[in-house]
Design a protein around this ligand. Sequence first.
Ligand code: SAM
Length: 195
Amino acid sequence: NYRCRSAFKLLEIDEKYKILLPGHHVIDCGAAPGAWSQVAVEKVNSLGEDLKASFGFVIGLDLLHISPLEGAVLLSHSDVTDPVTQNKVIGLLPSGKADVILSDMAPNASGIREMDHQRLVSMCISLLDLSDRVLRPGGSFLCKLWDGSESNVIRDKLRQRFQDVRNVKPKASRTDSAETFLLARLHKKNPSSVP
Ligand code: SAM
């Protein structure tokens, strides 16, 4: 049983695109209460339950408290957009590298749709620095977005860095009509050359 229904969105996306594989190192941004991290722990085999498969690694972080979860390293009271936090994450990652960055982050909604949209876009953009530094070539990036006028800004930035960028809208998120996810796959080799 998952800590939150949001788990089903990630399960649905992963069912189709297989972004979480045994042995993968995953960063889960905006992880509280921890349902996506639970899914990641299962999929990447970070508990080593499948002895024949590679063992993965999961690190989850959030501004809020996250209760301990076996198989994951969790950083509570941490702002993912803060470079100090990002350095800490990199330091905790085995070999400093990740295969997948997940973000279900969302700001507290003000109710002003355009403003909430812009705040979420800038949060996603702040993850690109982290992505440039830690993602292995071939890695993936999945982030939540509230659609709006600046969706193309983040989409374009992802296209500079990844070979395949698409919108995904799992059935499980249908009730929230503005919510969509951007899935970027096949991280290019030289993200440092990105302007
Ligand atoms: N994926 C989670 C799960 O399955 O349990 C649910 C995530 S919830 C929809 C969004 C989370 O993003 C909130 O817990 C919020 O505190 C967090 N968040 C928002 N801004 C953040 C930031 N700058 N740094 C870290 N976490 C942030």
